[in-house]
Design a binder for this molecule. Sequence first.
Ligand code: SUG
Length: 458
Amino acid sequence: MSAMTPPESSAPAKPRAVEANFDGLVGPTHNYAGLAQGNVASAKNAEAPSNPREAALQGLRKMRALAAMGLAQGVLPPQERPHIPTLKRLGFSGRDADVLKQVHRDAPGLLAAMSSASSMWTANAATVSPGADTADGRVHFTPANLATHLHRSIEPVVTGRALAAIFRDEKCFAHHAALPATPQMGDEGAANHTRFCAEHGEPGLELFVYGAAGEKDPKPALHPARQNRAAGEAVARLHRLDPDYVHHAQQKPDAIDAGVFHNDVIAVGNGHVLLHHAQAFVDTKAVRDWIKRRLRGRDPVFIEIDDRELSVADAVGSYLFNSQLLTMPDGTMTLVCAHECQDNERVWNAIRRIVDDRENPIAEARVFDLRQSMRNGGGPACLRLRVVLDPAQRAAVNPKVWIDDALASRLEAWVNQHYRDRLVLADLADPQLLDESRSALDQLTQILGLGSLYDFQR
Ligand code: SUG
C-alpha cells in the first residue's frame, strides 16, 4: 500500500444518491370549480371560495419543513392561468380582456377549466425513472398527458419546458414527449408509479398501476379510469427499464368508484416498504410475490390495512395513503400526513399502530395543514414529484430551485405580494387577475432562473 493511500477507516463515506421531492408551487388562480370526475373532494367543494395565498403558503410551509428535516426539497413553478392561448385555439378572439368576457358569458365551464391551478399536483406532472434503473444511466422524464380531464390536459407542454429548464444537462437527464392524448393512452404520471429498492441509488423495481386495460378487464362503473396500462407500458419502454424489474398491476375498479382516482390515494411505497389498503389492487398477491422475488439486497416490508381497520371511505376522506413516506438521513422513515388524518380517530389510530410497530422502519408521523389543496383532492403526496439523483445528477440540477430557508422566505414574500386571499369563480373573468398572475409568474421565472417558460413571455 503506498503512503498516499488513506487507511480504510478514514476514507470518506461514498456520497449517496438521494430522493429529492419537487413540490408544485400553488398558482395565483387556485379555485374550486368541481372539475375532477371521481374526485370526491373536488365535487364536494365545487364553487366554494378559495384562498390562493393561504394555499401557496401551506405548500411552502411543507417544503420548508422537509428541507429542515435534512431532505432534498425542490420547487416546480405553477402554470399560466387562465390560459389565453388555449381559449384562442377554441375560437375566442380579440384582446385578452375580450376573450375573458366572451368565454365567461358563453362557456363559463371552459373558463374554469382554463383557470385551474391543477399543475400544483406534481405527482401528476410526469413519471420519473432514476438512472439506477435505466439502460443509459440517465434520469428519464415523461410528462403525463392527463388526457381524461380538459383542465389537466393543457399542462404537459409547460411541464416539459419546466422540467427541461431545471434538469438541463443531457448527460444526466433524458426528456421524452408526453404520450399521445387518446382514451387508450391516458397517463397520470407518478401518481400511479411506485419504485422499490434497497437504497435509493441502487437498482430498483418499478410498479405501474393502471385503472383500465383491455376490453375483458373489469372496469369502474361510475368514474373514469384515468390511467391506461398501455401508457405505463410505453413509459417503461421509453425509460429503457429492464422488463424483469417492471410490473403492471390493475387497481380495483370498485375503489375507483369509491373515489380512488389515482393509486396514490390508496397505496404508498418507499425503499423496501409498501403501505397499502387491502382494496388497492385486483391481485395483491401477484404484486407482493413480484416484489419479494425481484427486490435485490433487502426483504420487503408490507403494511396492509384492511376494511375492518379502515374503510376505503376513511382512506379517501383522510388521504392517509397519500402521505409521503420518506427516508430520513438516519435511515428511519417518516410519514408526512395531512391534518385530515388526525381529524379521523380510526385513521389516527392506524397511523399510531404503524409508528409503534417495530417491525417496520416508519418511526414518526408529521402532520401538515394542506386544507386548501385537500379540498380539491390533493394531499401531501399529490403535491410532490420524486426524483432520485446521484451526487453528479444532483449537482447538475438548476441550483435556484432547491428550497432552503432563504428561498422559502423569498417565495413567501412573493406570494404575499402577488396573491389574493379570496377567489370565487366569477373572479376568473377579471382581466386584472390575469395581469396580476402574469406579473407574479414573470418575477418567479427570474427568482427560479427558468428563462422564458410561459407563453406570455415568448
Ligand atoms: O386531478 N384535482 C386534482 C387532484 C390531483 C391529485 N393528485 C394525486 N392524487 N396524485 C385531480 O383530480 C380539482 C380541480 C377543481 O375541481 O377545481 C382537481 O383537478
